[in-house]
Design a binder for this molecule. Sequence first.
Ligand code: ZN
Length: 334
Amino acid sequence: MVSRFNALVEREKVMLQPPTLSIYELSMSVRVSWQAHSLSTAGTNGSNKVMSRRQFLADGTETDACSGSIAKHHHAVLLAEYLMASGIPLCPACQEHDGCRAAALIERPEYKDLSVEQILQGCGLCDAHGFLVPAKNANKQQGTEARHRRTKHSLVEFSFALGLPERWRETMHLFTRIGDSKEEGQMLMKMPARSGDYALVVRYRSVGIGVDIDKWRVAIANEQQRRVRHRAILSTLRDTLLSPDGAMTATMLPHLTGLAGVIVVRKDVGRAPMYSALKEDYIARLVAMKCDTCLVYPFETVDAFNAIMEDLIATSAPCLPASYCPQQQVVEEK
Ligand SMILES: [Zn+2]
């Protein structure tokens, strides 16, 4: 796998120009418009009616919502493909799209004693989307050994997409469906299709690529390897917004009719500010925070968003943590 990565890097060297921008953290505050979708639902509650997801806002308004977990799940699925295409290794669990990631492997003898650093080196998806192996006490009766907690928080975080009050509507549709058995015959199902303008926030902590961010130890210092993972994450974020994915897309693929917002890049240590598109002036407020270390890229169309992302993919690289000192880490490891 390593040699495949090296071969791909060799091939890409012509394309991989030296980075002109280092990114510590990136945020996206966007307003996205979807028509006739059912990207996120709250199940049936035992009835024949699929319920939409709803969320109260601070002023008591109830609005339409799409869960961030469904966006994160679909980001992880596509990211696995981008990583594999770039020659980045995936652990056996991530190769099979097991959402538990490294935690699914921990009972295997060869994974039992793996450190967080070894997990990150061996899997680009565990590195980007995180995992949790809970601690366990030894149990003499069951003959099981004690286990240390090993964890990494996700580097990519998604908010709920929240419908702008007064800018969303729902239509109920009646569908017929063949039941699970012959006796059930034909079933009637009520399913909602929603249309609206949604506020969505995404945060990507690129400094954490190849880093155990619990202990702030660098597991992957190789600049090329970190940059290839970073490019895969950015490419997937671009696709996530340009081609919506979620529930019910087989028959309710959303019409994407608008994408506007702001991408903020923090070049050095610090957070990239976010401000929700629930507020009408969100673009102006974010643009006003522009400074030497905080770059602000507003956009009003899908193609303008695509052009900014393409530029970031081609020219940026992830920062290393400020605490990283190669000699010190080598001494500690000896
Ligand atoms: Zn994995």
